[in-house]
Ligand binder design. Structure first.
Ligand code: HDE
Length: 714
């Protein structure tokens, strides 16, 4: 009876209201998995009203059985993620380099599914952990599926797949007490890093602001490894893949990251979802660095070494197309959780190189899907299905979803006329690039992979002063969380080998001196390497004084698209001020959100009621990009009754955000630390035109405020 009355009630609701919550189920009867219509899903079958439940109750057993098996193993790394659908569009053909159709045909939109992730944390961990971010794109091309499974940093921690389990075991929660969650700031990670100097380059990127992005939509993406492009003539060029976000590369401060983790641990996930939902679709341009085969050995580093980037000043990035993400998934589990990326998914026109990290990945990803998705048939799951027809002789296995017809599942055959048949290269058949190899079988690392210090030094040199300060603070925070003195001391010694000014700042904050030497040569103490000297700091090369693109101070600063601005008001706020500002911000695709003393509505100076977006008690300034305070004496008095407004402003000030106030709005600022900044700070705007405020928001932060603002006690 209960189910019936529920559906009757539903019938009275408008279909639009139901759309979001039960789109597949509107006007449908509840059934069992066998299609049996159900008339009670609230009570189990019992022997009498107060009697025991009967084993016969197949409906109870089916429901509980399904529930018991709802979870699948989370990804070993990159467990926490969010994704969106979209498309890739080519600006210009690069036929001379690659025969891949996706790189030749400018008239086609190739569907994509892109998943962003953190690395270390579990599925339910915070989005704002200091970490590398995964940036994995599945291109559903007409030549088969191509997966570009990259990160938001251009280099990786290690050079050889053999070390990956060690790296991940060191950064994950420690095995004895499962602490800490989603954080690299602990002894085991720094034990590993301090003994594995190849990690230092990726590590300094993580210590920089790149480790705490403002938004997934404001991150670059990198394929990291050098790949090959193959043209119709079979000629190979080396290439590195880059994604450049249209919104620029922006980050939050560490203090914000910590607070966001408490205020909204879904901050990045929500931000991506909300932007797409609002029709503000994130875009990235795809760029390639292309290196002729002949130049393989031209550089001061090995292009097969995934801990090295190729500075864009040396090989420029050629922009060839763009990706737009324009649709949120319908179902998180079915799509975002079940999507299986495989670096081994390639198409004709693209090929691998001998990068030893990439080579190991070609095994790992398929292997891991068997544990996660439970079957070799995981490519039949809708999100993993290619858009082209699939014909092969592989058979059976768990969860075969198709009913293959016919007698043959082998090749060659005559019974099926030799089908499915082989394709020649001319007809799109894939062949591997015929690289010549003549070598001894050895278990060793190439000498050309040896330099672990020049590029972290280049990265640090290329940063602006405020970025450098953030890196110093990050190292000091992370090492400050370690308890083992010899690990801390070894790390500071290594940082000194990267950059002395950096090490002295870090040492000062840690309250220690930079060690003149370390106890034992790296690796010898732990017998990890047959040649301990090999990974000692060697002379740094200086092939480039600095690379401007490595600094976020040279990114895009001309848009406030999708930025969230808090409008602080109480009853009686000045309607003209509000209207003027909100129109200007909306015009630029920003969002002005009303933050009032309570939920419900708030009344303006014109006695009109406005819907409140957030009550001040349920939100935090770290969730916004900027603050606006319209005038109104009464509004000021009303806000003053709640000290949270003062904290809200002080925090935004500390995080270097733009703050604008009109008329009596200034009175609220005068109750905060902003009064010490207001006449000297370019991003505190009093009674100025909205355009000035919009410019200040587009600059993301006023980092000039940074040093002094850090001292604000909130
Ligand atoms: Fe991964 N990595 N990885 N990785 N990786 C996985 O595959 C692995 C590496 C990256 O959103 C796993 O399906 C090994 C580099 C991303 O679903 C696993 C090595 C880069 C994602 C795995 C690496 C990445 C993964 C876990 C060293 C940047 C998430 C679940 C040889 C270029 C994809 C899964 C998604 C996921 C193994 C190194 C990026 C265990 C063995 C380098 C973005 O198979």
């Amino acid at each position: 009876m209960a189910a019936k009355s529920k559906s009757e009630k539903n019938k009275n609701l408008k279909t639009e209201q139901l759309k979001e919550s039960m789109v597949d189920n509107v006007d449908k009867a509840l059934t069992s998995r066998q299609g049996l219509k159900i008339n009670d899903t609230n009570n189990s079958l019992k022997a009498g009203e107060r009697g025991p439940t009967l084993l016969e109750d197949f409906l109870l057993r089916e429901k509980i059985h399904s529930f018991d098996h709802e979870r699948i193993p989370e990804r070993i790394v990159h467990a926490r993620g969010s994704a969106a659908h979209g498309y890739f569009e080519l600006y210009e053909s690069i036929e001379e380099f690659s025969k891949a159709e996706i790189f030749n045909n400018t008239t086609k939109k190739t569907p994509v599914f892109t998943r962003f992730s953190t690395v270390a944390g579990s599925k339910g961990s915070t989005d704002l952990a200091r970490d590398v971010r995964g940036f994995a794109v599945k291109f559903y091309t007409e030549q088969g599926t191509w997966d570009l499974v990259g990160n938001n940093m251009p280099v990786f921690f290690i050079q050889d797949a053999m070390k990956f389990p060690d790296l991940i075991h060191s950064v994950k929660p420690e095995p004895n007490n499962e602490i800490p969650q989603a954080a690299s700031a602990h002894d085991t990670f720094y034990d590993f890093v301090s003994h594995t100097t190849e990690t230092l380059h990726n590590h300094i990127w993580v210590m920089s602001d790149r480790g705490i992005p403002r938004s997934l939509r404001m991150m670059e993406g990198f394929g990291i490894h050098t790949f090959r492009l193959i043209n119709k003539e079979g000629k190979s060029h080396f290439t590195k893949f880059h994604w450049k976000p249209k919104l620029g590369v922006h980050s939050v401060t560490w203090d914000e990251a910590v607070k966001i983790s408490g205020a909204d641990c879904d901050f990045h996930r929500r931000d991506l979802w909300d932007a797409i939902d609002a029709g503000i679709f994130p875009e990235w341009e795809l760029g390639l660095q292309i290196i002729p085969e002949e130049d393989e050995h031209k550089y001061d580093f090995d292009i097969l070494d995934p801990t090295k980037l190729i500075p864009e000043e040396i090989v420029p990035v050629k922009i060839i197309g763009k990706m737009v993400l324009n649709k949120n998934p319908e179902n998180f589990f079915a799509e975002t959780e079940q999507v299986a990326f495989l670096p081994s998914n390639i198409i004709p026109g693209i090929d691998f190189t001998n990068d030893p990290l990439l080579q190991g990945r070609l095994f790992s990803y398929r292997d891991t899907q068997l544990s996660r998705l439970g079957s070799t048939n995981f490519h039949q799951i809708p999100i993993n299905s290619p858009i082209v027809d699939v014909h092969h002789n592989q058979r059976d296995g768990h969860m075969q979803m198709k009913i293959p017809k016919g007698r043959t599942a082998y090749f060659p055959n005559t019974l099926s006329n030799g089908c499915p048949y082989l394709s020649s290269v001319e007809n799109g058949g894939f062949t591997s690039y015929e690289e010549k190899i003549d070598a001894h079988k050895i278990r060793n690392r190439s000498e050309s992979f040896k330099d672990h210090f020049s590029q972290p030094a280049l990265f640090y040199r290329s940063l602006s002063e405020w970025e450098k300060m953030h890196v110093q603070n990050a190292y000091a925070f992370e090492l400050g969380k370690c308890t083992n003195e010899s690990i801390i001391s070894r790390m500071v010694w290594l940082i000194n080998e990267i950059d002395t000014s950096l090490a002295s700042e870090v040492a000062k904050k840690l309250g220690i001196k930079i060690p003149k030497s370390i106890d034992k040569p790296i690796n010898q103490a732990i017998g990890a390497d047959t040649e301990p000297k090999k990974h000692q700091p060697s002379e740094k090369k200086n092939y480039l004084e600095q690379s401007d693109v490595l600094s976020q101070s040279n990114t895009v600063f001309n848009t406030i698209e999708s930025r969230k601005i808090a409008c602080l008001v109480g009853d009686g706020f000045n309607m003209e001020d509000y209207k003027n500002m909100s129109q200007n911000i909306e015009q630029k695709n920003g969002f002005l959100k009303i933050v009032a003393p309570t939920g419900g509505t708030v009344t303006c100076s014109k006695n009109m009621k406005h819907k409140v977006d957030h009550s001040i008690n349920t939100t935090e300034s770290v969730l916004f990009d900027a603050i606006y305070i319209p005038g109104g004496e009464k509004s000021f008095q009303n806000m003053l009754k709640n000290q949270k407004y003062i904290k809200f402003i002080n925090e935004a000030l500390k995080h270097c955000k733009a703050i604008a106030a009109d008329n009596e709005g200034e009175m609220l600022l005068d109750k905060t630390y902003a009064k010490d900044f207001k006449n000297i700070d370019g991003a505190i705007l009093l009674n100025q035109k909205p355009e000035r405020f919009i410019e200040a928001i587009a600059k993301h932060r006023n980092w000039d405020r940074d040093k002094k603002a850090l001292a604000i006690p909130v």
